[in-house]
Design a protein. Structure first.
Length: 246
C-alpha cells in the first residue's frame, strides 16, 4: 500500500483519520434494483466502499444432486474485483474470500424462508468494486436488499456494522486504516425487528466492558443503517409506482 499511514488514529478533539466522531457512521448511499438481468440487485457506497449485490432464484439446482428435499440451497459468493484495492488483487478466489462467502451466507440464512422452496437454489453474488474496511458488513447489508428485491420472503432484513477499538477508544464503522492499525474489530449482523444477532466476530483484544460498549455501538449503527435500507427499498417501489401512473 502506498497510502501514508497516520501516526495517530484519534486526535486531541476526538476526531478520527477521516474526520468522524467515534460514534459516527461513514456516509452511506444505497440503491435497490440496479441490474436488469438479475432477479434482484442492490448497490451500496459506505465511505469509500463500493459494493454490488445480485441475486438469482429460487431456481433449479445444477448439479441436481446438490438440491435439498426440504428447503432451498443458499449459495453465496463474495468476490473482490482485481481493482478494488490499491495493489491489484488476484482474481482467483483467496482463502479470505472463501471464508467470507461462508460467513456472509450464514449471516443471511436465518432471515430467509428457505423451507418454502425445496429442491431449488438461491444464489447471491457480492462484488466488491472498491474496498476500504468493513466490506463483509456492507456486503451483508446490500445482499439482504438484493434478496428483498428478488421478492424472496424474509423474516426481516439483515443489516451489519462493525465497531472496534482504535487508539484506546471504542469507535463505530472502522475504515481500512482503522481496521489495520486499530486494536480490535467486531463485526455484527442483526435482524433488528426480531432482536436477533446472525453474525458476531471479533479480531483483537477488548476487556469485557469494552466488548459490551462495542457490541452496543455496533447494534446502534445497524439500527441506523436499517432505516436507510428501508428507505432505499421504498424509493424503488415509489419509482415503479410513478412510472406506472405516467
Ligand atoms: P472486512 O472488509 O470485512 O473488514 P477484512 O478485515 O479481512 O474484511 O479486511 C479489511 C480490509 O482490508 C478490506 O475491507 C480491504 O480494504 C482490505 N483488504 C482486504 N483484502 C485485501 C487485499 N488482498 N489487498 C489489499 N487490501 C485488502
Amino acid at each position: 500500500m502506498n497510502q501514508e499511514l497516520p501516526e495517530r488514529l484519534i486526535d486531541e478533539s476526538m476526531r478520527r483519520v477521516d474526520g468522524r466522531k467515534p460514534d459516527e457512521l461513514r456516509p452511506i448511499k444505497i440503491e435497490v434494483g440496479v441490474l436488469s438481468n438479475a432477479d434482484g440487485s442492490a448497490y451500496i457506497e459506505q465511505g469509500r466502499n463500493k459494493i454490488l449485490a445480485a441475486v438469482y432464484g429460487p431456481k433449479e439446482v445444477h448439479p441436481r444432486h446438490l438440491s435439498l428435499p426440504d428447503r432451498a440451497l443458499l449459495r453465496c459468493r463474495y468476490h473482490m474485483a482485481p481493482f478494488s484495492v490499491e495493489e491489484r488483487k488476484s482474481p482467483a478466489p483467496s482463502r479470505r474470500e472463501i471464508e467470507l462467502s461462508k460467513v456472509i451466507r450464514e449471516a443471511l440464512e436465518p432471515a430467509i424462508f428457505l423451507e418454502r422452496y425445496p429442491r431449488t437454489a438461491i444464489d447471491i453474488f457480492i462484488e466488491i468494486l472498491q474496498a476500504d474496511g468493513g466490506t463483509r458488513c456492507a456486503g451483508i447489508t446490500v445482499a439482504s436488499l438484493a434478496l428483498a428485491d428478488a421478492g424472496i420472503p424474509m423474516r426481516d432484513l439483515v443489516v451489519a456494522c462493525a465497531a472496534g477499538k482504535v487508539d484506546g477508544t471504542i469507535v463505530l464503522d472502522l475504515n481500512d486504516v482503522e481496521d489495520k492499525l486499530g486494536e480490535a474489530d467486531l463485526p455484527v449482523a442483526v435482524m433488528p425487528s426480531l432482536n436477533a444477532v446472525t453474525l458476531l466476530q471479533m479480531d483483537g483484544l477488548l476487556t469485557l466492558e469494552e466488548f459490551e460498549q462495542a457490541i452496543n455501538l455496533a447494534i446502534d449503527g445497524c439500527k441506523r443503517i436499517y432505516k436507510l435500507q428501508k428507505e432505499a427499498l421504498k424509493a424503488k417501489y415509489l419509482a415503479i409506482k410513478e412510472e406506472v401512473e405516467e
